[in-house]
Design a protein around this ligand. Structure first.
Ligand code: FE2
Length: 171
C-alpha cells in the first residue's frame, strides 16, 4: 500500500526549524530492510531529504510492515524464557539534524499496527504513534497513482543543543 508522508520540523517553542536534514529508513511491506532482502535493490526505502524554509518534508513511499527481531541468539533465549513474542510494530526510522538543535533519532509507529502495546524492544511511546489516514483512489496528494493509499502527518520537535551525527559503523 502506498504511503504519502508529510513531516514538519519544529522547536520546543512551536516555531518552524527551516532546512533540517531528515533521513528515513524503513522496512518493506513484507517487513524486511533492503540489506536483509535479496529482492530489494541497494538503498531501497532509505531517503535523504532537506526540509524547506517552512520546516516541511514530503515524500511518497510504501507502508512498512512490522517484523520479528532475530531469535537465533541470546535474545531468542531471553524472549523464550519470558514467554514474549519477538515482534516490533510497523514503523519508520528517522534522524533529524539541524544547526543549533540536538540531533533527534526517532521512530514513528503506525497507529493501526499489531504489537503497539507489546513492542519487543519497548520502543513505543504515545508521542511516537503517527496518525495514518486512508484515502480513496484519485483523491488528495497521490491522486495521480489511481490507487488507494495512506497519508502520515507527523511533527518532530527539536530541543536546542548540539547538532551531532553518529559516525558509522555504529556498534
Ligand atoms: Fe526498524
Amino acid at each position: 500500500m502506498l504511503l504519502y508522508v508529510n513531516l514538519r520540523v519544529l522547536n520546543t517553542r512551536n516555531e518552524v526549524v527551516p532546512n533540517a536534514m531528515v533521513e528515513v529508513w524503513q522496512a518493506s511491506p513484507v517487513g524486511m530492510y533492503e540489506n536483509q532482502d535479496p529482492q530489494q535493490p541497494e538503498m531501497n526505502l532509505r531517503g535523504h531529504f532537506f526540509a524547506d524554509e517552512n520546516g516541511r518534508v514530503s515524500f511518497k513511499t510504501v507502508r512498512p510492515a512490522g517484523y520479528p527481531v532475530p531469535t537465533d541468539g541470546p535474545v531468542g533465549t531471553l524472549l523464550r524464557k519470558q514467554a514474549r513474542h519477538p515482534y516490533r510494530p510497523a514503523h519508520l526510522h528517522f534522524i533529524v539534524v539541524a544547526e543549533g538543535y540536538s540531533t533527534l533519532i526517532s521512530q514513528v509507529f503506525s497507529d493501526d499496527a499489531e504489537y503497539l502495546d507489546s513492542d519487543v524492544v519497548f520502543g513505543v511511546t504515545r508521542d511516537l504513534v503517527g496518525s495514518f489516514e486512508s484515502h480513496a483512489a484519485s483523491t488528495g496528494p497521490l491522486a495521480e497513482t489511481g490507487e488507494p493509499y495512506y497519508t502520515l502527518d507527523y511533527s518532530f520537535v527539536l530541543s536546542e543543543g548540539e547538532s551531532t551525527r553518529p559516525t558509522p559503523p555504529i556498534k
